[in-house]
Each structure stands twice: as structure tokens, then as C-alpha cells.
Design a protein around this ligand. Sequence first.
Ligand SMILES: [Zn+2]
Length: 260
Amino acid sequence: MDTVTADDLCADAARALAHADNVLVLTGAGISAESGIPTFREAQTGLWAQFSPQDLATPAAFARNPERVWGWYRWRRTLIGRGGVNPGHRALAAIEARRPISIVTQNVDGLHAAAGSTDITELHGNIWIERCTGCAAESSQPVAPADNDASLPCCPACGAMTRPAVVWFGEMLPTVALERAQELLAAANCVLVVGTSNQVYPAAALVEQAVQGPATVIEINPEETAVSRSVDMHIAATASRALPGILAHWPHDAAALARR
Ligand SMILES: [Zn+2]
């Protein structure tokens, strides 16, 4: 019988995270699902089971019907604003208060920053940022329930229509974010993978690279994923249980180590 409990694993993970020189945290939709934010790929409940990406998340869809696309993004903003940060987001921010960590996320919801994390690289953009389709100027909206205004948002600088600064199907990921993710991965000796299905490239490739490299890789996911059997430690629990669990086991000698 397997006597290693999730609690034991959280204690091991806390030690690995506290003692590593460089920690990279890769997060996906799973950490935000517990804020009531629907994920994209679940067969029954995921957004793409109910909506068509071709109608809502491509440059062509936006050109064809910007009102419809903006309506959908406003609805998603409302869900995010209502759900807010959960114990998983908060625990990562609390870990950052104990030691530096870098977060690379596939999520566009802005909830890591809302929880207080500071070193965040967003691979797929941010739903609270609007980018002008004319001059490319970006402006940031507060993480809050969206208003009911159905008009199309316009750039304060040039008056052209703005779009959500997220990566749509058929678009490239932001080069700066991808390069920073690669740099962080190369420097990391401990990689924490939280709530990602490891199916969506290139984020999945980052995880595969981490597994093949020398870093200690810890996965938090209630489900078994493509890499669960290859990682050093798989904690089969949700982020909002496992991350506070890791925090609860944070080693007492960690502060002394950090001062060395
Ligand atoms: Zn503009």
C-alpha cells in the first residue's frame, strides 16, 4: 500500500522550493478553475465544448463581428471579477513573500497579480489589457466585474477600436514572454507545474523540457497528465489545497538559508 500522503508530498515540495536557488512556477487553467472560471478544454464543461473558437477567438471573428467577440470577453471578465483570487493564487503570493519565485502562466485572467504576485510572465496575454487595432497602444483595466456598456471600446490616443490583448487562435505568442519563459526555465533548479493539462503548446513543451532537464519538477494536478509519471513529484490535489499545504510545511530553516 502506498503510504505517502499528499501532506507528506507537500512537506517534500516545501523543502525543495525553499532550498532551490531559482524557482519557476508554470500555471494553467486549473489554478483558476477554483475561482469559478471555466477552463477551455474539458470535454463537457470547458468553454470550447459550448462555444466555437472560430466565432470568438480568432482575428477573422473579430473583423467579422467585433460586438460579438467583445460581448464574450466582457462576459468572461465578469466571471473573473466575480470569482476573484482563490487560496491557490494567495498561497503563491505568500510563497513569494518568503523567497523569490517567477511565474509563467497560460492564464489571461490577471489573478496572480491580483493576489499580489509580482514576477509574472503571461504567455497568452491578459484579458484586462486592451490593445489598439490602430496604433497598438495598450491600456490596462482594473480586475473587476465588467460594466454593462455594450459599446465598442476605443483607443484614447487615436480613436481606433481596441481588442483584448490576448493571443487568439492563429496568432503567435508574444516573443518577449516566450523568451523570458525559456530564460527562467534554463535558470531554474526547481519547477512547479500547477493546474496545466500539458496539452497546449508551447507551454506543454516548457514542461517537457523541464522534465528532461536537471531541475526538480513538482506537478500539482488532481488529474494524471502526460508528464505525471515523469516528474519528480506529482501531488494529486487541487491548487487551492496543495499550495496552502506547501505553505503550511514551509521549513523553519528557510529564512536562515535565504540570508546565507
Ligand atoms: Zn490607438
